[in-house]
Design a protein around this ligand. Structure first.
Ligand code: VG1
Ligand code: CO
Length: 541
């Protein structure tokens, strides 16, 4: 029996950089999830369609999946492909959409945000190409959420998601699938598994921290079972509803245990971590941290060593705040380099149109045209493939890269939990002064140009404005300021800093030291202390 339940619009159901993220408690409150899902079903043609469903296993993942299945059945969806245990990493979901030619997918995750009853929950919607819905779709969902009057839901018992197989929910087919195997098979086709297996067999040591999030089962299958890394290589490998109290954000601050191990005397050769939903990666060598922007550049320069990319790259793309390190590689390779706003959804068209093969963001996201999401394990395997084929250490590869291309010193400073009005005031003030900034000097740096980044999609012509204020200094240094679109409390101000050193001297400075003048200039120009009351960031990556 299908029930139609009366409801009223709930304020603020507007997807941000990547899906709708809110406090778990809010998501669990009456009608909250249901309203958003019905708004989604009202905005996208779902009747008769096939959709993929899964999540990162955080608190409320299992309950939300059952509600969504019953609502899908009531809204005429023909078939749902669900990860066993309602689990799917974001890249695996993207792959399943493409593999099954599904019409889209729903991913239950607030990604790198903490989980649990006091943490965050989230819902992302991906379209038929496997990628995050573009702004036109998320805007339509938001508009639908503002005029909703009722939602439809089937009255039925829970679907058994505990083992693979087909069942019916009303008229709808539910196919429960192994969440890992298809993605692992895809990885095996892209990378030189025999070379990586030989690397491990030769005593190469790795530590993979899955941070009690969804990557654990994938990493165990691929690294320990298929590639022969010793059992125990993957730690924190069981997805837990509260991530075991960890904050599954793979950066030096939140993956501290991994950093300490990689900088200790008897460190493994290679370390890696991933986030809540498995789309981010951090890579660390013995005694050396690789910034995500540098990682993207190294992967682009060495991609030809992996079988899946032996034919070369058609182009690369990076989000605007990501450093220009990959631009230099693209130039050397003679391929185009695209600059997009923050968020993976902006890469989708470039990947579909074969204008880019590799994409990356400074926020620990890297991926390629194999799916339409960033893919944490993909990046980690690409690194392993390169290490296996080059037979050098991470440190040696980085040294060689900087010697060839120069070094883009880079850092991001996050000011978290700032009062929203104050953070917005800072940005508004900066935007109002943009035209007067060129020529002004601060901390010994002179502003050459300043703008608010806008993007015109070269494939569909859509425009996105207000994507971040760029301060370009004479001599090539750069600072970017924007507000986060994934937080759930107050505002997070992100300050991105970059300075290029051509070499051969000055390539091994400490990043914060190398960037000190840019940091000082950005603080002075934006008036960060005056506006936010903060003088130092909460997180530095
Ligand atoms: C952040 C990152 C952005 C990333 C997004 C989703 O967004 O900066 O690069 O695409 O998170 O990543 P924001 O708006 O907070 O800066 V994930 O792994 O949390 O889906
Ligand atoms: Co993520």
């Amino acid at each position: 029996m299908i029930e139609t339940i009366a409801t009223r619009p709930i304020e603020g159901q507007k997807p941000g950089t990547s899906g709708l993220r809110k406090k778990t408690r809010l998501f669990m409150s009456p009608h909250y999830l249901e309203n958003f899902i019905q708004a989604l079903f009202d905005s996208v043609k779902v009747a008769g369609g096939t959709f993929v469903l899964g999540g990162d296993g955080r608190f409320f993942n299992d309950r939300a999946a059952q509600v969504i299945l019953r609502m899908a059945a009531a809204n005429g969806v023909a078939r749902m492909i669900v990860g066993q245990g309602a689990l799917l990493s974001t890249p695996a979901a993207s792959h399943l959409i493409r593999l099954n030619r599904a019409d889209g997918g729903i991913i239950l995750s607030a990604s790198h945000n903490p989980g649990g009853p006091e943490g965050d929950f989230g819902v992302k919607f991906n379209i038929a190409n496997g990628g995050p819905a573009p702004e036109a779709v998320t805007d339509a969902i938001h508009r639908a959420s503002a005029r909703i009057e009722s939602y439809r839901i089937l009255v039925a018992a829970d679907v058994d998601l505990s083992r693979p197989g087909r069942q019916m929910l009303g008229e709808m087919v539910v196919d429960v699938v192994d969440p890992v195997v298809d993605h692992a098979d895809l990885m095996e086709r892209l990378f030189d598994f025999p070379a990586i297996r030989a690397l491990f067999a030769g005593g190469f040591r790795m530590r993979m921290d899955a941070m009690n999030a969804v990557t654990g089962p994938y990493a165990r299958e691929i690294l320990e079972r298929r590639l022969g890394a010793p059992a125990g290589t993957v730690v924190n490998a069981v997805p837990l509803p509260d991530f075991g109290g960890l904050h599954p954000d793979p950066n030096p601050t939140w993956a501290r245990a991994l950093m300490e191990e990689m900088f200790a005397a008897d460190a493994p050769d290679f370390g890696a971590a991933s986030d809540g939903d498995g789309d981010r990666n951090m890579v660390v060598g013995r005694g050396i941290y690789v910034s995500p922007s540098d990682s993207l550049a190294v992967l682009a320069a060495n991609a030809h060593l992996a079988p899946g990319y032996a034919g070369g790259l058609k182009g690369v793309a990076r989000s605007m705040p990501t450093s220009g390190a990959v631009d230099r590689v693209a130039q050397a390779l003679g391929i185009p380099c695209h600059e997009t706003p923050t968020g993976w959804k902006f890469f989708g068209n470039l990947l579909d149109a074969a204008q880019a093969t590799l994409c990356g963001e400074e926020s620990f996201g890297t991926g390629s045209d194999h799916v339409r999401e960033k893919d944490g394990l993909w990046a980690i395997l690409m690194w392993l493939n390169i290490l296996a084929r080059r037979g050098e250490s991470v440190a040696a590869i980085m040294r060689d890269h900087f010697a060839r291309f120069g070094r883009n010193y880079y850092s991001r400073h996050d000011f978290e939990g700032v009062e929203a009005a104050r953070a917005e005031g800072l940005m508004a003030d900066l935007r109002a002064r943009l035209t007067r900034l060129p020529g002004q000097e601060a901390a010994g740096l002179r502003i050459a140009a300043a703008d608010d980044f806008a993007y015109a999609d070269p494939v569909d012509g859509s425009h996105s404005r207000g994507q971040g204020v760029r301060l370009l200094f004479e001599g090539g240094a750069r600072a970017v300021l924007r507000l986060s679109g994934t937080g759930t409390e107050g505002a997070t101000l992100r300050l991105y800093l970059e300075r290029y050193a051509p070499g051969p001297d000055g390539l091994d400075a400490e990043a914060q030291h190398a960037l000190a003048p840019v940091i000082a200039a950005a603080h002075a120009i934006a008036g960060i202390a005056d506006h936010t009351g903060r003088t130092a960031p909460d997180v530095i990556t």
